[in-house]
Design a protein around this ligand. Structure first.
Ligand code: RTP
Ligand code: MG
Length: 148
């Protein structure tokens, strides 16, 4: 079954939006199979955003994502990667439609509330970067084994 990694960013946690945002995905009908409040280490942030190493905003992005707790989640369902990206809305605030999470709650390109994996392959990598296998309800063979 398809999975995605959704992460409520430090601005969402600080704005007390965890419950409201989790509710959107529950009501849509996806299955939550893992969730935790965590602080991303710099190494985790670098791995998570490895594709953006060369971007001018990379430093700012790492600083922001490690600036406070995030709420990391794994959701499962048919088409969950693409559908959750639709629910999240575009990165550019001028293109994020009302009714989407960013369209409703964000005005900034950087402080934009939530991350969602852009493909099932990215999701596998991002889940493994943030969760131990036993933290998920359903065993995932692609996740590395914990040291005994
Ligand atoms: P995300 O990865 O966080 O779900 O967001 P996304 O796919 O919509 O956007 P992406 O292109 O992957 O960019 C990752 C995050 O970098 C920040 N960003 N800042 N200042 C800028 O021009 C800029 N562009 C992107 C955003 O926080 C974006 O979510
Ligand atoms: Mg992205």
């Amino acid at each position: 079954m398809e999975k995605t990694f959704l992460m409520l960013k430090p601005d969402a946690v600080q704005r007390r939006m965890i419950g409201k945002l989790v509710q959107r995905f529950e009501e849509k009908g996806f299955e939550l199979i893992g969730a935790k409040l965590m602080r991303m280490t710099m190494a985790q942030a670098e791995a998570h955003y490895a594709e953006h190493t060369d971007k001018p905003f990379y430093g700012e992005l790492l600083e922001f994502i490690t600036s406070g707790p995030v709420f990391a989640m794994v959701w499962q369902g048919e088409g969950v990667v693409a559908m959750s990206r639709l629910m999240i809305g575009k990165t550019n605030p001028l293109e994020a439609a009302p009714g989407t999470i960013r369209g409703d709650f964000a005005t900034d390109k950087g402080n934009n509330i939530i991350h969602g994996s852009d493909s099932p392959e990215s999701a596998e990598r991002e889940v493994a970067n943030a969760f131990h296998p036993e933290e998920l309800l359903i065993f995932d063979p692609f996740l590395p084994k914990l040291e005994a």
